[in-house]
Every structure is written in structure tokens, then in C-alpha cells.
Design a protein around this ligand. Structure first.
Ligand code: 5GP
Length: 192
């Protein structure tokens, strides 16, 4: 998506360790008109799919996913991260390795909000190694729900998450795929 690529090119900051900061328009301060356009693009890409729920993971996915849920006219459910094992049996629970924080979280969704009747669109801000997405897919599978598609704002194409998820046969729509980025020159190359 050209609008997003241009914005990443202009305001994205490349940090050591293959980290791309998009804090000024997605991850901390949010550019709502931009994200509204992204939501419309996902609506177009997933047209005709019987999506009745949007699922994301806290924290930075929630803002984007909320606008997507509004675009689709369906509820948003966000998986919660918790540092302690939750013994409440009314939750689906899985584990996720965090790329940015280098630790393992328990991630939960209440059984009240995800069931076998649900047709889910998964939304997240970033796709790197795919750990966060695999956790969300696990939660959907534990609920017996159906994944209708996955929407990612920024995929880092040089890490293996995208390949892993596409190999599983999911419709994965990343609005910007970064093929390479250079912290020294600031150059970012997108896949088309
Ligand atoms: P994965 O689980 O695919 O390795 O990483 C996805 C998660 O890690 C995302 O939810 C995002 O929060 C975070 N993440 C991974 N790489 C980056 C990055 O380059 N920049 C930012 N801002 N977050 C990232």
C-alpha cells in the first residue's frame, strides 16, 4: 500500500537489531486517517469473507484492530498478555515469545469471546518471526473457530514469519513488506 510505504519511508526509524520504529504514526502516536485507509484496504482485500470478529494481541495491535473492526462492523477481541499462569479454566491459553521484549508471555482469550462459530480476521501491527501470530492462530484453533484471513501493517520480509504463515495456507495480507533496511543510510526497500 503506497500510502503506508511512503509514510514508513518518511517517518520510520531503523534501529539496531533489525527493529523498525513506527512510533510516530502506528505504535505510540497513531495517525487515525492513515489507519482508516489501511482498514479500508483490508476490507477490500478480504471482501466476501464471512468475517464476524477481529482478533489481535495487546498492546499495539489494539488501536489498528479497533478501526478495522469498525470498518467490518464486527466486534474486536484482543488477546491479553499475562506474566503469570492463569489457572482460570474459562480461558484459552497459549505462550508467545516476544521479539521486542525478549521474554515469553502467557496469552489468553476468554472462552466467552471466541467459539467454534466464529470466523476471525487476525490483525497485528508487525510480523517478524511470526511468534505473535502463531500464538493467535493457536488460540483460534483451541476455540475451534475459523481463520478467514490475516492482516499485518508492516511485515519484515527478511525475517521468516511471513513464509511460515503463508506455507500454512492462510491469506496473509501485509500492507507493507520491508525486504531490506539499512540503519546507516536509512534506506528501506519494499517488496512489490
Ligand atoms: P514476531 O512475533 O512476528 O516475531 O513479532 C511480532 C511482534 O513483535 C509484533 O507484535 C511487534 O509488537 C513486535 N515487533 C517485531 N519486530 C518489530 C519491529 O521491527 N518494530 C516494532 N515496532 N515492533 C516489532
Amino acid at each position: 500500500m503506497e500510502l503506508l510505504e511512503e509514510r514508513i519511508q518518511k517517518d520510520g526509524i531503523i534501529r539496531k537489531g533489525n527493529v523498525l520504529k513506527v512510533d510516530s504514526f502506528i505504535n505510540h502516536q497513531m495517525d487515525i486517517p492513515l489507519i482508516d485507509e489501511m482498514a479500508k484496504e483490508w476490507k477490500r482485500l478480504f471482501a466476501g469473507k464471512p468475517i464476524n470478529k477481529v482478533l489481535t494481541i495487546e498492546a499495539s495491535g489494539i488501536g489498528i484492530a479497533a478501526l478495522v473492526a469498525r470498518e467490518f462492523g464486527v466486534p474486536l477481541v484482543f488477546a491479553k498478555k499475562s506474566m503469570s499462569i492463569n489457572l482460570d479454566s474459562n480461558n484459552y491459553c497459549t505462550k508467545v515469545q516476544s521479539f521486542t521484549h525478549n521474554r515469553i508471555y502467557d496469552v489468553i482469550v476468554s472462552q466467552k469471546f471466541l467459539s467454534k462459530d466464529d470466523h476471525v480476521l487476525i490483525i497485528d501491527a508487525f510480523l517478524a518471526n511470526g511468534c505473535a501470530l502463531l500464538g493467535l492462530l493457536d488460540l483460534v484453533s483451541l476455540a475451534g473457530a475459523t481463520v478467514e484471513g490475516i492482516g499485518i501493517a508492516v511485515e519484515k520480509g527478511f525475517q521468516n514469519g511471513g513464509e511460515l504463515i503463508r506455507a500454512k495456507g492462510y491469506q496473509l495480507e501485509s500492507l507493507a513488506i520491508v525486504d531490506s533496511m539499512d540503519a546507516e543510510t536509512g534506506e528501506i526497500i519494499f517488496r512489490h
